[in-house]
Design a protein around this ligand. Sequence first.
Ligand code: NDP
Length: 305
Amino acid sequence: MTKRVVLIGHPVAHSLSGAMQQAALDHLGIDARYELWDRSPAELAEAIAELRTEEFLGANITIPHKERVVSHTDRQADEAHVTGAVNTLTKEGRKLVGHNTDVAGFKIAMDKLVGRQKMPRHAVVLGAGGGSRAVVYGLIREGFQRIVVFNRHLHRSEGLVKHFSRSAAHMDLRAMPWHESIIESELSKTKVLINATSIGLGSDESPIPAEILGPDLMVLDLIYANTRLLRDAAAAGCTTADGEMMLLHQGAASFTLWTGQPAPTDVMHAALTEARAHGIISAEGEPVPSEPVPSEPVPSGPAGA
Ligand code: NDP
């Protein structure tokens, strides 16, 4: 029986994850199909229940469901438990296990951003959703001493800070209201800026004005595209990186969880690059198209969709 793996998000559009995962499955001769399911929050429970049947190997979960899906799992692996966010589901019989491979993907992205420099200790994080939880946990684990989280809805970033109160007991993790002057003041004291909002995903907007970016900043945008924030940051002299490394390595870790096999990361990277060149769009980091795209299985042809 051909097995199925699905990406559940809203929207999922044409996903780079589809091209990348299908290429890896095909490369290793695994008889499985990676599908895209666009499901609203109201449809999530039913979609998750469907995964319990035998044909499914597991799933990826993306924007905006990573936190909501936790309560639908039977058990959470360590990083899903500690972050309170799930981006990967595996199966144990009919049971669903939640994992968070964004944490591993973020670590690789962060190491690449910092390169040979000393790992900084202060960071500003924009956003407080599922992706931000992996980021904040990754920074705590990396030894950051001060992390300031800004979010449009302050109560959500306050909830995030509360969630990490034990992991962050030794350091200064705080939520601050989203005011440009406060963000500017915090940026002047920090070396690392991470955008974990989805601003820039569906439009060419930046979460913050270009003028408040100083040349010493290292800027990581989780969105896998040359966003306005990244262009502004590069123009200001900052070191920059987009979400490609995180996307690739969270996907590689998910692949291993579903198949038990090492992920062919070269093949996955090549598929990502090719899919991007053909204009394929990702739920994890490229602007969504203006035309609605049906959520169909992604075939593995050169165009990836
Ligand atoms: P969520 O839906 O959980 O969170 C979305 C975040 O963006 C929230 O902080 C939300 O703020 C904020 N936001 C959305 N729209 C606006 C707006 N118009 N103005 C201000 N803030 C806004 O999504 P995720 O955390 O899962 O994903 C966030 C981003 O990170 C996405 O772009 C996603 O593609 C990317 N990502 C990339 C990964 C990769 O592998 N490269 C991995 C994970 C995420 P509020 O709470 O106030 O609504």
